[in-house]
Structure formats: structure tokens, C-alpha cells
Ligand binder design. Structure first.
Ligand SMILES: NC(=O)c1ccc[n+]([C@@H]2O[C@H](COP(=O)([O-])OP(=O)(O)OC[C@H]3O[C@@H](n4cnc5c(N)ncnc54)[C@H](OP(=O)(O)O)[C@@H]3O)[C@@H](O)[C@H]2O)c1
Length: 323
């Protein structure tokens, strides 16, 4: 069950072996290439390899259709996960799917391709996977009893998914009082607002166009105790720095979530420095990574992701991560 990576459209290096595909930019660098074989063995998925399709950022619609056609038409292709290209691929290939789930329709993106009864399915799993990760450190009933709010730095795909979970994932009495979303460019805020306008929810959202970390410090200062603060900007991994300054002060008992688990992680370290004094709960993106892949494996292979199965997969992934 060795990982493989091909250029789009090339036939499999292991003809006859089933494939779980990963459409990204530099797929061979992802930990999942080493983690998946261990998961496949543990789950008894049979003779299946993880297979990467590397496409450049904003590839042409023809290239997306070429790759998706391979996945759709080959009986050896079982489905897979889409990263980075979620919106572009969905836009280029919308008519190629037999079923599109409500989150994919709502967000205009696809992160999971799968097959059922000869039909080709598209799902957007991020609202579910980010919700599962969040629910691990935000206990049921938390929002109703705490009066806490949420401050999301970045209005990209991940924070959109997290906002959907916060606004609709729990019963109305267990949702934050208010969500503040900050983004560097206005376009992402407008896209997010247009998705939110299609929801039935009573959660109030404020959209802040800002890239000045001192202004973000001030937004942080205004939050009630216990609020959730998420770094979904990619700063500290995809780009240097943090959306806040070293002078920023987190609210007491804040829940602080850095979506990445590797890189400089400046924001995570800023929170860790205040963790004890201010009673913060600080999380990185490792569990989000696990749930993201587990959700897709669940859909593609029709495996029930019970808490025990997720614990097993997490343990196996940790062995690979630290190996
Ligand atoms: N652990 C996991 O498994 C996992 C899963 C998903 C994502 N992630 C990580 O989470 C991060 C976000 O992912 P994504 O898919 O949401 O990325 P994305 O779509 O690129 O969104 C990032 C957003 O942050 C904004 N931004 C950047 N710097 C900012 C600043 N200083 N202040 C305010 N906004 C700023 C960008 O604004 P512009 O519109 O101006 O570009 C963009 O809208 C990435 O680093 C990704 O690697 C981790």
C-alpha cells in the first residue's frame, strides 16, 4: 500500500490496485501519504493506495475536468479528498456529479469525491470535520451557559466552515452570542456574508475588513471571557507572523484555536505564553487534520467513524508524525 503521485490523466502506476485519491498542489509532502497506508491496514480497506494528483493553483477548467473524469470513470478510483482547489474544481466540474450535498451547494466547493451505487457524489466536508474538531474542546451547552462570542481571523474556506458550524451545528440555545470575522481583503468577507444570508439562524455576525494587527488586538480586548478565538489566516505557516501583536491580551478562559499544527505557529505561541495566567485552552490544528481526513475516509469507504475509530486513527497518525 505505497503512496503514489502522478500527473493528471496518467494511468495508475499499479494498474489493478484500487486508489484513494488526493487532489492538491504538492501532495507528496503531506503527512497523509505516510498515514493512509497505516489507516488502510487498520480499517481493513484491502488493496488500496493513496494517490496524489498535483495541480497548479487555479488550474484551467479543462485540467480539473480531465482529473475528475479519471476519478469518475475508472472503477479502480474509489474517490478522494480535494484541498486548495475546492472552489475551482467544483466550478469547473459541477455538471459531472450525480449528487451534490447541501454544504457543497451552499459553499460552492467540493472537498470529498465518492461513489455509491454507480453514482458519483460531491460533498463539502469541512463544516462537519471542523465541527467535530471544535466539539472536542467546546463542550455541549457551552455557548448557552457562557455568553461567550467568537472572533475568527481570516474569512477563507476553513473559517467559513467553522462559522457554519457555530451558526447551525448546535441547537439555537447553544450558539455564540455574536461572531466577528476579520479579513484582509473585502472580497472574502462579501462571499462569506452571501453564504450566511442563505442560512436560517439568529446568530449575529460582524464582518471587519482589517489587516492591522493592532486593530485585531483591540477586537480581542473587547471579547467577553471564555470567547473562542481562531487563527484561520494561515499566518505562522503559509505566511510569516500572526494576526495579532505580542502585546495582545486574550480574554480570560478564552478558547484559542490555531488551525495549523506545523510551521512557526506564532499565534499559538502567543496564546501559550498567556495560557496559565489567563486560564486559556489552546488547541492546534492536529485534530482538525485527523477529522478532515477521517470524514472523507468515512464517506469514500463507508466506514463508521465512532469515537474509538477516530482515536485509533489519531494514534496511528501520531506514530507516523513523530516517526
Ligand atoms: N489542520 C488542518 O487540517 C487544516 C485544515 C484546513 C485548513 N488549515 C489551515 O488553515 C489556514 C486557513 O485555511 P483556509 O483554507 O481557510 O485558507 P484561505 O482560504 O487561504 O483563507 C485565509 C484567509 O485569511 C485571510 N488573511 C490572511 N492574512 C490575514 C490577516 N493578517 N488578517 C486578516 N485576514 C487575513 C486571507 O485574506 P485575503 O482574502 O486577503 O487573501 C484569506 O481570506 C491555512 O493555513 C490552512 O493550512 C488546516
Amino acid at each position: 500500500m505505497e503512496p503514489t503521485a502522478d500527473k493528471p490523466g496518467k494511468p495508475s502506476a499499479n494498474a489493478g490496485t484500487e486508489r484513494f485519491s488526493f487532489i492538491g498542489v504538492t501532495t507528496s509532502k503531506s503527512a497523509i501519504m505516510r498515514v493512509f497506508p497505516a489507516w488502510a491496514e487498520h480499517l481493513g480497506l484491502g488493496d488500496v493506495v493513496v494517490h496524489g494528483y498535483d495541480l497548479p493553483l487555479h488550474a484551467s477548467p479543462e485540467r480539473y475536468r480531465e482529473v475528475v473524469e479519471v476519478l469518475r470513470s475508472s472503477p479502480l478510483e474509489l474517490g478522494g479528498l480535494v484541498t486548495t482547489h475546492k472552489i475551482d474544481l467544483f466550478t469547473a466540474c459541477r455538471d459531472m456529479f450525480d449528487y451534490v450535498d447541501p454544504y457543497a451547494e451552499l459553499c460552492g466547493e467540493v472537498s470529498c469525491l465518492s461513489k455509491r451505487d454507480g453514482l458519483f457524489w460531491a460533498h463539502a466536508k469541512d463544516p462537519i470535520s471542523s465541527g467535530r474538531a471544535l466539539d472536542e474542546f467546546v463542550e455541549a451547552g457551552y455557548w448557552g451557559s457562557s455568553g461567550a462570542e467568537a472572533l475568527l481571523f481570516g474569512a477563507g474556506g476553513s473559517n467559513l466552515a467553522i462559522s457554519l458550524h457555530l451558526m447551525t451545528g448546535r441547537p439555537p440555545e447553544d450558539r455564540p452570542q455574536r461572531i466577528v470575522v476579520v479579513n484582509r481583503s473585502p472580497g472574502r468577507l462579501e462571499s462569506m456574508r452571501s453564504v450566511h444570508q442563505r442560512l436560517t439562524t439568529d446568530v449575529k455576525v460582524e464582518y471587519v475588513h482589517n489587516a492591522d494587527p493592532r486593530e485585531n488586538d483591540e477586537l480581542l480586548r473587547q471579547l467577553p471571557a471564555g470567547s473562542l478565538v481562531v487563527n484561520g489566516t494561515g499566518m505562522g505557516k503559509d505566511s510569516p507572523g500572526s494576526p495579532i501583536t505580542d502585546d495582545a491580551i486574550f480574554p480570560e478562559r478564552a478558547l484559542v484555536w490555531e488551525l495549523n499544527y506545523r510551521g512557526e505557529l506564532d499565534f499559538l505561541h502567543q496564546a501559550e505564553r498567556q495560557q496559565k495566567a489567563r486560564g486559556l485552552a489552546v488547541e492546534d490544528g492536529w485534530r482538525y487534520f485527523i477529522h478532515g481526513w477521517a470524514c472523507v475516509v468515512e464517506e469514500v469507504f463507508d466506514v463508521a467513524m465512532t469515537p474509538q475509530v477516530v482515536r485509533d486513527l489519531s494514534r496511528l497518525a501520531l506514530v507516523v508524525r513523530s516517526g
